[in-house]
Design a protein around this ligand. Structure first.
Ligand code: IPE
Ligand code: IPE
Ligand code: MG
Length: 256
C-alpha cells in the first residue's frame, strides 16, 4: 500500500468518480490539517502566519467538498494536546478562531453549510463558546454540507467520557449494561447521529492519527499527503478522493 501520495500527480485535477462509479465519492471526509508551523518556517514567517494561511486552506477544502458532492467534512483544527503549546501560540490560535467566527459564518451560511463543533468546547473563553453556539444555531437548517470542526478535541477523552455517561446511566437504572452495544455506545460520543468518516486525510507527510476519531475511523481509508496544510488546494482534495476511489474497501469481510 502506498501511504504517501505525492501532491503533484495528474490525477489531482480529475474528479474521483471514474474508478468505481459515482458511489465511490466518500460521503464523509475528515482532515488532520497539519504543517502550518513548517510552512511558516519555510517562508521565513512567524508561526501565526502559517495558521492564518491555513485558514484560507480551510475555505478551499469547504469549496472542494461542495464541488465534489461530499456531504460531511470534519476538520481537526485544535487538539486537546494543543493547549500545551507555548501560551503565545495558544493565544494566537484562539484569537484567530474568534476572528473567523466573526467574519466567516455569514459566508458559510450563504453557501448552505451547517456548522457543528465536537470537542471539549467549554475550555475556550465564554465569548468564543457563545459564538460557537450562535454559529451552530444560525446554520442548523442548512444541508448542503455538514461541516464539523474538532476543537479542543481528543478521541481518548471522548471515549472515556462516553463510558462514564454509560456507567452513570447504568448506576441510575436507566441503562441495562447487557443492552450496551456498539450502536448504543456511539450515541454517547460527540459524533452521535453523524456518519463515520470514509476517508481521513492528513497533510504534511506525518503518518499518525494524533488522537483523532479513533473510534469513528475504524474502517476509514487513510491518505497521507505530502503537502503542508497552507498549500492545500482543491486539486489535493481531488487527489485524495481519486486515491480513495482506487482502493477496494472490504470492511473486514472476505474478498468477494
Ligand atoms: C497544524 O499545524 C495546526 C494546528 C495543530 C493547530 P502545526 O502548527 O501543527 O504545524 P507544524 O506541524 O508545526 O508544521
Ligand atoms: C494534529 O496536529 C492536531 C491538529 C491538526 C489539530 P499536531 O501537529 O498537533 O499533532 P502532533 O503533535 O504532530 O501529533
Ligand atoms: Mg503539527
Amino acid at each position: 500500500m502506498s501511504v504517501i501520495t505525492k501532491a503533484s500527480s495528474a490525477a489531482a485535477t480529475q474528479p474521483a468518480t471514474e474508478a468505481r462509479g459515482p458511489s465511490s465519492v466518500p460521503a464523509h471526509v475528515a482532515i488532520i490539517m497539519d504543517g502550518n508551523g513548517r510552512w511558516a518556517k519555510r517562508n521565513g514567517l512567524p508561526r501565526v502566519a502559517g495558521h492564518r494561511e491555513g485558514a484560507r486552506a480551510v475555505r478551499r477544502s469547504v469549496e472542494a467538498s461542495i464541488r465534489a458532492g461530499v456531504s460531511w467534512l470534519t476538520l481537526y483544527a485544535f487538539s486537546s494536546e494543543n493547549w500545551r503549546r507555548p501560551p503565545g501560540e495558544v493565544l494566537d490560535l484562539t484569537g484567530l478562531l474568534r476572528h473567523y467566527l466573526r467574519t466567516e459564518i455569514q459566508e458559510l451560511h450563504a453557501n448552505g453549510v451547517r456548522l457543528r463543533v465536537i470537542g471539549d468546547r467549554e475550555r475556550f473563553d465564554p465569548d468564543i463558546c457563545e459564538a460557537l453556539r450562535e454559529a451552530e444555531r444560525r446554520t442548523a437548517g442548512n444541508a448542503r454540507l455538514n461541516l464539523i470542526v474538532a476543537l479542543s478535541y481528543g478521541s481518548r477523552a471522548e471515549i472515556v467520557s462516553a463510558a462514564r455517561t454509560a456507567a452513570v446511566a447504568a448506576r441510575e437504572g436507566r441503562l441495562d449494561p447487557a443492552r450496551l452495544d456498539e450502536h448504543l455506545f456511539e450515541q454517547f460520543l460527540f459524533t452521535a447521529g453523524m456518519p463515520d468518516p470514509d476517508l481521513v486525510i492528513r497533510t504534511s507527510g506525518e503518518q499518525r492519527l494524533s488522537n483523532f476519531l479513533l473510534w469513528q475511523a475504524a474502517y476509514a481509508e487513510l491518505v497521507f499527503l505530502d503537502v503542508l496544510w497552507p498549500d492545500f488546494s482543491g486539486a489535493h482534495f481531488n487527489q485524495a478522493l481519486a486515491e480513495y476511489a482506487r482502493r477496494e474497501r472490504r470492511f473486514g469481510t472476505r474478498p468477494s
